[in-house]
Design a protein around this ligand. Structure first.
Ligand code: LLP
Length: 432
């Protein structure tokens, strides 16, 4: 019935997540509230981890892309699951370190890492830096020299594949702010220059072709392009590339109309492409890394709200306004993102009307979902927006000075608070 296995309807007719009554959670912790199911996160982590064992003989690693959801508890859980992480800012590195995550399993990404961030990463012995451009390459070499470090790096390559949710094209997709292009020789130039950097060791290459992609073919094609690049630079420059990082991007089922995605099958098919390309070029299989973000946490999360007002505009639409909005979930406003919405205290009732779920910000575009079918609803109802585990809390803001919600993690039917609700005091903490 629901897009995520951790959701069900209990005997009271309430939506339950991980066996917990969502209406009771809303009463206990207040709304808006992010709720995550730990078992689902661990299950997702295990699928990816096992696929590295099965399809690459264990020669590789799963890096969780922390931008999807970054807070201490997620790092603790994924550390226990044996994963590494993709980090993109000093803030993400700091949070992961604060949670005791080993720096050696962090891969630092970003198209414009500041000197301060790079120094912070070096001081804290972050395992790998994924170098995005030639300016960064030379800067990192200098900073590594100053720090007395021999820094292991990967190069971020644009493989020239432009993938969208349901289609992909192979273009000279040179127009991206991320990475080094293949077709104009920029990537090769970086390999040459890296060889001259005394404080850097080029050990890998990386690509990431997009997010929320449902097809397997673009991933397989990207893998082939990357293996060919490794083979080319090995032959030409004698470099030894040990790591092939294929990024993230696997699609997630947000609404029932989308198909469920079997991540193990994605991994199997991509591994076949990697192996075939390596055999063709007589290249030993490198360690293969993947960076799932969305597909690790999205289906583990829901957001609970309280309905405040219901505004029926005859012949036009009905606005159901909740006590959160684009401040805790900007994805519809930004990307027209789709979500399923459930009246949590009447979860089994017929969906008799199409409504627009609006937030409380002073802005017409503050919409969580348009024309979504739900049962009759009234002020005081608990509304659940499903599949909000990724890119919701991590993209939340304090627009209109609205405090960010709390987050609760469910383990084996018991909830625990993992992120406190922001207070008014938090809002003025940095004001002088
Ligand atoms: N690796 C790199 C280098 C990335 O840039 C990203 C996502 C990932 C991995 C993880 O991709 P995923 O498995 O989550 O698709 N805010 C947008 C998504 C932006 C994704 C940016 N990069 C959204 O809410 O849809």
């Amino acid at each position: 019935m629901f897009t995520s296995e951790c959701l069900s309807v209990n005997q009271k007719g309430h939506l339950a997540i991980g066996g917990c009554d969502s209406v009771e959670l809303a009463e206990q912790y207040g709304t808006p509230l992010y709720v995550m199911d730990e078992g689902t996160i661990r299950k997702n982590a295990a699928v990816y981890r096992e696929s590295i064992k099965k399809y690459y003989g264990g020669n590789g690693m799963v890096l969780y892309a922390s931008k999807a959801l970054s807070c201490k508890e997620i790092y603790r859980i994924l550390r226990q699951e044996g994963l590494g992480i993709d980090v993109v800012s000093e803030g993400e590195i700091y949070t992961a370190l604060a949670a005791g995550f080993p720096a050696s399993k962090m891969y630092f990404h970003g198209n414009n890492k500041t000197p301060t961030e790079l120094k912070f990463a070096l001081e804290n012995h972050v395992g790998r830096i994924v170098v995005d451009n030639l300016t960064e390459l030379l800067l990192l070499d200098r900073l590594s020299g100053q720090a007395g470090a021999a820094t292991e790096i990967l190069l971020r390559i644009k493989p020239g594949i432009s993938a969208h949710t349901h289609s992909f094209i192979r273009t000279g997709q040179i127009d991206s702010k991320f990475g080094l292009a293949l077709e104009n020789g920029e990537a090769e130039e970086a390999v040459k220059q890296a060889a001259g950097c005394r404080h850097l060791r080029l050990i890998g290459v990386h690509c990431h072709i997009g997010s929320q992609i449902f097809e397997i073919a673009p991933f397989a094609l990207a893998a082939e392009v990357m293996v060919n690049f490794i083979a080319d630079i090995t032959e030409k420059y004698g470099v030894q590339i040990r790591e092939l990082d294929l990024g993230g991007g696997f699609g997630v089922r947000y609404v029932a109309a989308q198909k469920a995605v079997a991540y193990d099958a994605y991994m199997r098919e991509v591994s076949q492409a990697v192996r075939a390309a390596c055999e063709k070029r007589h290249l030993p299989l490198p360690a293969v890394l993947i960076e799932p973000g969305r597909s690790m946490v999205a289906d583990a999360g829901i957001t609970l709200y309280t309905v405040g007002t219901v505004k029926k505009i005859p012949g036009i639409r009905t606005y159901v306004a909740v006590d959160g909005g684009m401040t805790d979930n900007p994805r519809h406003a930004l990307y027209d993102a789709q979500y399923e919405v459930v009246v949590a205290n009447r979860a089994a009732s017929d969906r008799t009307q199409a409504v627009t779920i609006a937030g409380k910000c002073c802005e017409s575009g503050d919409i969580i979902q348009e024309d979504v079918r739900i049962p009759e609803t009234e002020p005081g109802d608990t509304l659940a927006v499903l599949t909000t585990g990724a890119y919701n809390y991590s993209m939340a803001s304090n627009y209109n000075r609205i405090p960010r919600p709390a987050m609760v993690m469910i383990r084996k039917g018991s909830p625990r608070l993992i992120v406190r609700r922001e207070t008014d005091e938090d809002l003025v903490r940095n004001d002088l």
